[in-house]
Design a protein around this ligand. Structure first.
Ligand SMILES: Cc1cc2nc3c(=O)[nH]c(=O)nc-3n(C[C@H](O)[C@H](O)[C@H](O)COP(=O)(O)O)c2cc1C
Length: 192
């Protein structure tokens, strides 16, 4: 698959029909690990969660977190339901980086881990797989850290669900931000 096609095909998939094969998962991890990293520290750590019961627990934590702010509309309810559903028939990964005791993770270590995540998700497309990122914060983040036995010196970056896209799943139409709102030439010039 051509690189440009991979960029265009990658969408967030929120319903899967099967987890990735072990060899596919190895290739995705390899692709992630080819990402550039600050000081070549390769500041990423990944917990792979295949056990369905643990994934269901994480899905419930995620659902509880999101139910506090998801609007009670048809779209909101569908999105909220998907936050749990997506943990079925997938493999879940939780990505971490270093968290020095005296400060937040260095932004470059955090950034390096994000590059790992992007390589991982793009290579999933090349493998005919789909991915969904999931964000956790505050006590919900800590609950998952405890569940996975993560030492305090690591900081969660993001979670990834990966698997075979369900044939009935259609991502919502993508909305693009107009270039004029985010590309400035020579100096910062915000449109009125
Ligand atoms: C940092 C980050 C956190 C995200 N968290 C979630 C999440 O918790 N649940 C979810 O369903 N999608 C999540 N997403 C996916 C975005 O909703 C999605 O990328 C965006 O709507 C654009 O759609 P697309 O990925 O299909 O192009 C997250 C994406 C990013 C980059």
């Amino acid at each position: 698959m051509k690189l440009w096609d991979v960029f265009e095909k990658r969408r967030t998939i929120r319903r899967f029909s099967a987890p990735p094969g072990e060899q596919q998962l190895s290739r995705l991890l390899k692709a992630g690990s080819l990402a550039p990293s600050a000081g070549n520290k390769q500041a990423w750590f990944v917990v792979i969660v295949s056990d369905p019961a643990t994934r269901e627990r994480i899905g419930t934590i995620k659902h509880t977190q999101n139910s506090a702010f998801t609007p009670d509309t048809e779209t909101g309810r569908a999105l909220l339901a998907a936050q749990k559903e997506v943990f079925r028939n997938s493999t879940s990964l939780v990505v971490y980086t270093f968290a020095p005791e005296d400060r937040d993770p260095h932004r470059y270590d955090m950034g390096s881990a994000w590059l790992f995540v992007e390589n991982f998700c793009l290579s999933a497309v090349a493998e005919g797989l789909g991915s969904q990122l999931f964000g956790l914060w505050d006590d919900f983040e800590q609950q998952v850290n405890r569940l996975l036995g993560v030492p305090a010196k690591y900081r969660m970056v993001v979670g990834i669900n990966v698997g075979v896209p369900h044939p009935d799943y259609r991502p919502p139409e993508k909305r693009y931000k107009a270039e004029v709102k985010w590309v400035f030439r020579e100096t910062w010039k915000e449109a009125d």
